[in-house]
Write a protein that binds this ligand. Sequence first.
Ligand code: PMP
Length: 359
Amino acid sequence: MSSDIPIRVRPAIAALPPYKQGKQAGAEAYKLSSNENPFDPLPGVLEAVQAATSLNRYPDASAARLRAALAERFGVDTDSIHVGAGSVSILAQLVQAAAGPGDEVIFAWRSFEAYPWLAIVAGATAVQVPLTAGSRHDLPAMAAAVTDRTRAIIVCSPNNPTGPIVTQAEFDTFVDTVPADVLVILDEAYAEFVTDPDAVDGMYVLGNSGRSNVVVLRTFSKAFGLAGLRVGYAVGHPRILDAARSAAIPLSVTLQGEEAALASLTVQDELLERVSVIAERRDRLAAGLREAGWDVPQAQGNFIWLPTGEESLTAAAAFEEAGLIVRPFAGDGIRISVGEDASVEKVLGIAASVVKSLP
Ligand code: PMP
């Protein structure tokens, strides 16, 4: 069939490559390419999913029970919570609600790959502000990039794929300089893995800064290990969340997703113990890599960043050869998720031998 068919697609969309997922792993390999949780869901969570019947009926479009449970967890009103099919779908709603053609969306680069893509799909201009030499957000430069056309700014802490957090002090100073009518999206997809006491805490910002233009994004995909079920949430001012809901495709959270998220909240202590185990593996991995001479930036998510530069694709291939599927970012580095315990030693071994001997 000819691929050349007469359909008009917006030029901005036609120019976009489709979203590329981290590689899947074969039976023998460790999949460390998508920052997933290596632990299986807890039995209670699986049971809740299996108990979700009435699949012939639509789920509750407002996910009221889950919103109420999250509201209780964070001590906010139910109206201050919005849920969606993964936090990336809420990110899309927020960007579309805030920015259109002629508008600008600012974010750090390199950061989560969906950011430029979502801005472009919304018809807006993506303004990418380079990270500092330590692979951190350059918040003063991001503040300086604000113009009359800026409608949204995305701050990712810890930053995917490089790892460092934004500090509370840096964020407070930054948000004070941003006009009150510009949406600031604080993407905390990896918040639960953070152990640095200086890190920004979105819930603290919402409770204490008096800034109603900040919205915090979190997810059940990472620490809570439900990536396959697609549940994320936003916490913020109801007016912002109403705008996101207006831009949303209705009925996006599935029945099983809502049940699994609710069940996860009831066993969150156990899940957060696993998060500590993953954070400990991460620290072991980062320390081992630094000892081997790698310049690994601060790692506060469930992944670490190897600055392999022009050798990134070759390095990823070397890891893959050894049964470790990692995520290369051509010309920049590779991101390695923290996975099963045995994968830590394996990554250290490969990083020390094969990758180190690259030209
Ligand atoms: N934000 C960041 C920074 C991420 O890395 C991801 C997932 N890779 C997401 C948001 C989206 O996660 P989800 O849609 O699964 O909630």
